[in-house]
Design a binder for this molecule. Sequence first.
Ligand SMILES: Cc1cc2nc3c(=O)[nH]c(=O)nc-3n(C[C@H](O)[C@H](O)[C@H](O)COP(=O)(O)O)c2cc1C
Length: 323
Amino acid sequence: MENFWLKLKKPILALAPMCGVTDLPFRTICHNLGADVVYTEMIMVQALSRKGKQVMDLAKISDQERPVVLQLGGNDPELFYKAAKVGAEEIQPDGLDINFGCPAKKVAGHGSGAALLRDLEKSYQIVQAVIEGAGGLPVSLKTRTQIKSSDKAKVHYSWELLDKIKDLPVSAVMVHGRSFEAPWVEEVDYEYIKSMRNHFKGILLANGGINSSEKAKEVLELTNADGLGIGHGVYGCPWIFKQIKEYLKTGKYKDLSWPQRRKIALEHAQLAFEIKGEHGLIELRKQLLWYVKGLPNATDYREKLVRLNNLAEIKKAFMEIEG
Ligand SMILES: Cc1cc2nc3c(=O)[nH]c(=O)nc-3n(C[C@H](O)[C@H](O)[C@H](O)COP(=O)(O)O)c2cc1C
């Protein structure tokens, strides 16, 4: 099976996985606007291994967004194996990713996500299990800088995980340069991300705080990474991928006019409706608000946008907005 990671042109610009944000419509929009690879939100292995309708719907992918990576979360190697097999055989993404970074209480509190960094033996078994279940699909990891032990006496660094899995064929690692203990601080430790080069031979993606073309260039220079993972920076701005590419090539980029932004927002709404029906439009409300952020009178628009129920209402409301 072909390893898509090896065919991507560097620097690789990835849409980072985000629960409740990187669903199929949004991933497709980001793909169309220059993302080289898109990640699904984290799918829990307990659910995926049981193949319930809800999780299979959540994990659904489409040919229009490829290459797409399905991210798995959990803490049981056997369930990771089963979920990787279901993922590879039934969801059929281009790659599988393992979440070693989530700090959320309901995830890390149960020994998954970032908490796995405290148990390298189990983490090794999980990576091994996913590789076995993946049936040849490339496997990647996503992690952050560190987590302390439960009694706070010891620091577990993510480079220790990379050293541990050195003999396993892992294609890529996305490193979020913040710790478990300070998950949303302004400052991102790009030096740490750079140091991961000494621990991993595959593709290294830097993640954290990349919200403009200028910042993207700066982070690539600071980390020497093969690419970037972008999270918050895509909120209301899925064209950031195109802009970054233009900036890296020419040193300039064009800002989009309101009519251009509106066109993309409406395409997004159309896709959300086609893929998920009216329910998709309700889910989309928060993203519609992101599209108008920064416009004059944005607060007035926001009040209106949270009440929209169907495609016609969304179109009408957006056409009435002046940039
Ligand atoms: C709403 C939200 C949901 C997220 N969900 C996931 C997830 O499912 N899996 C994961 O590995 N990271 C998740 N993250 C973390 C992001 O992938 C990324 O590492 C983080 O936002 C830092 O990047 P940024 O500064 O570009 O936003 C999430 C972040 C946000 C804001």
